[in-house]
Design a protein around this ligand. Structure first.
Ligand SMILES: NC(=O)c1ccc[n+]([C@@H]2O[C@H](COP(=O)([O-])OP(=O)(O)OC[C@H]3O[C@@H](n4cnc5c(N)ncnc54)[C@H](O)[C@@H]3O)[C@@H](O)[C@H]2O)c1
Length: 375
């Protein structure tokens, strides 16, 4: 049913301004932004003023979740999204949460149970799994014979290069208590996930693995129908002690039952001129290559499949994955589905914890928390 859903948008920073708010505005038959919240009062008001119609504006996400007109929320705040997603589900709202959903497996499983019990939609912003050419990629995998290797590579420049020339609003008027409380919560969840590791490992887990590499893990899970078993991980240069300012580069190796091996690499190349990300599959009868766009530029992935029978270069899609994931969110709500991505998010989180366990073991450190008890 194509009726507009009234949404509240929580967190109005880069991804909200560059992707989600413009996309919601373009889909006015599906969505109306009825409320917005950010801990920056000026940003909240400026964004509310730009939107069409009457928009409730608050610096407290709880007020948006309590608003009777709001049927669903988009959780686009910094960091992980457990607390706000839980509060929104408890208030009876459908939730679209940017990744990462949670820092613990327990948290993601709890949110999955909550959404299911309440019959609500809980979707995670794994937009790469909504790429227009994904069905062609899946079909292509069936034409290249027995899979031998899956390779996923991210070549990551500095954040400002990823953002490009976009002009986002940002103000220096945030009450420091809110970010301090959020940081303390994430610190507790990191300890629950990994035990008492030196702080640079918690930083790597939250700010790099959960914030970025989780896209690689969830994409492989979505395309291959499951998570491979981690067999090795490597990281370089070594993490400095204390608070790192730059991510390291790292690789993970894994395998699926029935032989296909998986190589995942995430390279921090601060001065490289552009963001690049490629998924490759190599089989006994051919290969395919799926190239992702820079997430901030609103373009689509491209696909080349070369098999023993043919070489097919698929034309790029028309609609960005960010638009398509919101259409899926709308369809799930209006069809009355109770669908949740959180069980998959729990598996992704477990894989990241296994990576930290493997990496720290190389340094003679032992993980605790969930990473240890799940072993
Ligand atoms: N899918 C993707 O490819 C993609 C790309 C970029 C970012 N993201 C995710 O989106 C989220 C936001 O990233 P960003 O780059 O926009 O960050 P950002 O820092 O630019 O924006 C976050 C905004 O949330 C606000 N905020 C923080 N805590 C809040 C709270 N408790 N209540 C209300 N507002 C709060 C901040 O003031 C800020 O304006 C992150 O979780 C990130 O992982 C996803």
């Amino acid at each position: 049913m194509n009726r507009p859903i009234s949404v509240g948008v929580l967190g109005l920073g880069s991804i909200a301004q560059i992707q989600h708010l413009p996309n919601l505005a373009r889909m006015e038959s599906r969505f109306r932004v009825a409320a917005v919240a950010d801990i920056s009062p000026r940003l909240t008001q400026r964004i509310a003023d730009r939107l069409a119609g009457e928009v409730f504006a608050s610096t407290d996400w709880r007020e948006v979740c309590a608003h009777p007109e709001v049927e669903a929320v988009l959780v686009l705040t910094s960091g992980a999204h457990e607390q706000i997603s839980q509060g929104a589900l408890e208030a009876g709202k459908h939730v679209f949460a940017e990744k990462p959903l949670c820092l613990t497996v327990e948290g993601a499983e709890r949110l999955h149970a909550l959404a299911t019990e309440k019959g609500l939609v809980l979707q995670v912003g794994y937009m790469k799994l909504h790429e227009e050419l994904l069905p062609d990629l899946e079909e292509g995998l069936n034409t290249i014979g027995d899979l031998r290797l899956i390779r996923h590579s991210v070549y990551h420049p500095e954040h400002s290069t990823c953002l490009g020339p976009s002009d986002t609003l940002r103000f220096d008027d945030i009450d420091p208590q809110a970010p301090a409380e959020a940081a303390a919560f994430e610190e507790r969840r990191t300890r629950q996930a990994l035990g008492d590791l030196p702080p640079q490992w918690g930083w790597l887990y939250r700010e790099v693995l959960a914030a970025s590499f989780i896209h690689t893990v969830s994409f492989i899970r979505g395309v291959m129908g499951g998570i491979p078993r981690l067999t090795g991980a490597d990281l370089w240069p070594p993490l400095p002690t204390g608070s790192p300012t730059e991510p390291p580069s790292f690789m993970a190796r894994a395998e699926f039952p029935g032989h296909p091996r998986v190589e995942m690499s995430w390279l921090w190349l601060p001065a490289t001129p552009a963001y690049r990300e490629v998924f490759e599959a190599h089989g006994t009868r051919g290969s395919l290559e799926f190239r992702f766009p820079n997430p901030y530029f609103g373009r689509t992935a491209t696909l080349v499949v070369k098999s023993a029978d043919a070489a097919v270069c698929h034309p790029p899609g028309i609609e960005s994955a960010f638009t398509r994931e919101l259409k899926v969110f709308h369809r799930a709500i209006t069809a009355g589905l109770s669908s949740s991505d959180a069980a998959g998010a729990a598996q992704d989180t477990a894989f990241l914890q296994d990576m930290v366990a493997t990496l720290t073991r190389r340094e003679g450190l032992a993980v605790g928390g969930e990473a240890e008890t799940r072993r």
